[in-house]
Design a protein around this ligand. Structure first.
Ligand SMILES: Nc1ncnc2c1ncn2[C@@H]1O[C@H](COP(=O)(O)OP(=O)(O)OP(=O)(O)O)[C@@H](O)[C@H]1O
Length: 672
């Protein structure tokens, strides 16, 4: 029996040997730790000494402030003014305390001393009201600014990420950097909040320091001596936490995935029918308990660091009060000044405690924000070029010429020396066994992948042509409608599911309805209680559940709505019933007859019988091509063998030499 299936309480079981849980081993095939990239990243970070980090902090604060300045200058200016104001009130408060103490410690009757100290007491009261008002202003302004800064940083990041070449996102290193950047977008918000309060505390501490130094110069270094060990401890703990988080990122993601599956509507049936829930939940418990052991390790290390920092800070406080004692007894400091110094040291150490906590968090947020910055930089480096040679107008044909393609990290090419011609007014079919390269070729035609060898030529009416490598890629995307094999199911309205096919154009409901009609889904959508505004996901108020085939029709409508000269459809009928399937293929034929270049990828060879040209892929190269009759005439041909195998399923195999059965679509339309 697998270790995952015993009834032991995973929370109580000891950490597994080698740090790999049975769940990790069984569900994910081994240890999930951020190794290669982590080491690389850590290398860069460990070079960042305390001093380097101290200088990086203002730079990151500047990033956040710049974003704040760009989105809401008034709120940012309000924040700065209120913070400086609070520093000034803190200094005034100390000066007023000093006045009050000086008056109270002076010679004379108590009533006189109280009267003399009254103005300073009034100043103290005004200062505290002023501080409260300024604090309220700070809260209002930062509440206004923080979400805007988060939005600005997140928008920059996601804009950059969605513009990255698909090939680059296939590189694990790039993928990880882009993924890590996700965590820093809300760090920008927290960073701003923390920067504001850290700035507030710092300003009031500087104000206290100035007042202290003006009372006696020796008091200032003492305050620093108390502060430094705590600062060191904070940075050390934050770095440790950050490294741990990076190291465990894959493990965390896997645990989150396990939980996600448990509530995923798509998986609900299998989870129950296959009893997968128990396995997943047990896996979750076991993997989380491994993370808990890491949390315990971190807590122990942090406690130790806090102890060391606290000890040094305590020794410094002791020294500070000793010097104060000595100054008072030796007559170097008046008693009233000593009293003020005690108040200043007390308030400063309280502020210091909160400063340390906030700097600690700020430091960690800074590292995450740094990841977002790095992700945005890497995304820019791998971005799809924004410019290029415009495509000929109108496009008449696309020629794939001696194209090879190797996926990043792959050892063998997925396409080898492939040449294909796609013309408007024709249906071009790509067929072949699983993994033979059809989808890869479609992605290359769509401009999503650039060939590693050869090129794809976009041809105009007079034979002028532009290669995909130097072409304006946005122009290629505009010229292609795509129905991918694993098309997305947008959990939005039915109308959006079609209109999102042309996200670069304003929505045109008449065309949405036409596209839906062409894909045989219009009647169904219009019959829903909320029609086009129905959300095609059950979790919402206006939510409805579509069947697999209905989803596929919606996706078909989407690719139609794009209304591009080239339409690439990858298994467009895999979920359709036989009648719907035949109709769908007939509609593709009609579309081609109307002037579209239709590229059809399918395993339903009855449909390819009507195609104008068929390319048969085998292990990444074109093994055969021609029309249906031509390919069927090849006695030992791959296409013929596949066609016969499919026909045999229906008991339609004919004796050698006799005519092979024709597909209904082909027979009906007379093509092929
Ligand atoms: N993102 C990827 N990274 C690495 N290799 C890939 C990737 N996508 C596909 N491949 C590999 O490229 C080869 C061709 O895959 P492709 O998806 O193009 O085949 P296909 O002909 O469309 O298959 P199917 O009929 O199963 O859809 C396969 O060996 C596959 O493993």
């Amino acid at each position: 029996m697998s270790p995952l299936h015993d009834d032991a309480d995973p929370g109580k079981s000891p950490p597994p040997a080698g740090g790999v849980s049975a769940a990790e081993q069984e569900l994910f095939g081994g240890r999930l730790r951020y190794n290669h990239a982590f080491v690389h990243h850590e290398g860069a970070l460990t070079r960042m000494t305390f001093g380097q980090m101290a200088s990086a902090l203002p730079r990151m604060v500047a990033v956040v402030l710049r974003a704040g300045w760009a989105v809401d200058r008034r709120a940012l200016s309000g924040l700065v003014v209120s913070q400086v104001g609070q520093g000034v009130t803190a200094a005034w408060g100390l000066v007023a305390v000093n006045r009050v103490l000086t008056e109270l410690f002076a010679e004379g009757p108590t009533a006189d001393k109280l009267r003399q100290s009254l103005p300073a007491l009034v100043v103290l009261a005004v200062v505290s009201v002023g501080t409260a008002l300024l604090a309220a202003w700070t809260t209002a302004m930062s509440g206004r600014l923080e979400p805007q800064v988060e939005r600005a940083v997140a928008t920059d990041y996601y804009r950059a990420v969605t513009g990255v070449e698909v090939t680059a996102t296939e590189q694990p290193e790039v993928q990880r950097i882009l993924e890590a950047g996700k965590f820093g977008t809300d760090s920008a918000r927290r960073m701003l909040g923390l920067s504001v309060s850290v700035a507030g505390v710092l300003i009031s501490m500087v104000a206290s320091a100035v007042v202290l130094a003006s009372l006696h110069w020796a008091l200032l270094p003492m305050l620093l001596a108390i502060a430094l060990p705590k600062g060191w401890g904070a940075v050390r703990s934050a770095r440790r936490e950050y490294f741990s988080r990076r190291h465990w990122v894959d493990h965390r993601r896997a645990v989150a995935t396990l939980l996600q599956y448990l509530t995923l509507p798509h998986a609900a049936g299998e989870i129950r029918a296959h009893s997968a829930g128990r396995l997943l939940l047990h896996g979750y418990e076991e993997m989380s308990s491994l993370m808990e052991s890491e949390q315990r390790r971190l807590a122990r290390a942090q406690a130790y660091t806090d102890l060391v920092a606290g000890a040094f800070s305590g020794i410094a406080s002791l020294g500070c009060y000793g010097v104060l004692w000595w100054l008072l007894t030796s007559g170097g400091l008046p008693l009233a000044v000593g009293g003020t110094a005690v108040v200043a040291i007390q308030t400063s150490t309280a502020r210091l405690r909160s400063l340390v906590q906030q700097v600690n968090r700020m430091y960690e947020e800074m590292l995450h924000l740094g990841d977002t910055e790095e992700a945005t930089r890497v995304a820019a480096r791998h971005a799809i070029p924004a410019t290029g040679t415009p495509l000929p107008e109108p496009v008449r044909a696309v020629t794939v010429e001696k194209v090879s393609f190797v996926y990043p990290g792959a050892t063998t090419p997925s396409l080898r020396d492939v040449s294909v011609r796609v013309e408007r007014g024709q249906v071009t079919a790509l067929v072949g066994a699983n993994g033979s390269g059809k989808t890869t070729l479609a992605k290359i035609l769509a401009g999503l992948l650039l060939p590693t060898g050869g090129d794809v030529w976009w041809e105009g009416p007079d034979g002028e042509r532009v290669g995909a490598h130097e072409a304006d890629r946005a122009g290629i995307f505009r010229s292609v409608g795509l129905l991918a094999q694993d098309y997305p199911q947008w959990q939005m309205t039915a109308a959006t599911n079609i209109a999102i096919g042309a996200g670069d154009r304003p929505r045109d409901m008449t065309r949405v309805e036409e596209a839906a009609h062409a894909a045989d889904i219009r009647k169904l959508v219009e019959g829903l209680p909320h029609g086009w505004d129905s959300i095609v996901f059950k979790g919402y108020d206006r939510g409805v559940q579509l069947s697999g085939g209905q989803w596929q029709k919606l996706a078909n409508a989407r690719s139609r709505y794009r209304d591009a000269p080239v339409l690439l459809v990858d298994e467009p009928t895999s979920a359709l019933d036989p009648h719907a399937e035949i109709e769908a293929f007939e509609r593709l034929r009609t579309l081609a007859d109307g002037g579209t270049a239709v590229v059809l990828i399918t395993h339903r060879l009855a449909a390819t019988a009507t195609a104008d040209h068929i390319y048969v892929l085998d292990h990444g190269h074109i093994a055969e091509h021609g029309d249906h009759d031509h390919l069927m005439a090849r006695r030992d041909g791959l296409y013929r063998a596949m066609f016969q195998a499919q026909a045999a399923q229906y008991g339609l195999t004919t004796p050698p030499g006799s005519d092979l059965p024709r597909a209904r679509a082909g027979a009906d339309t007379g093509h092929g």
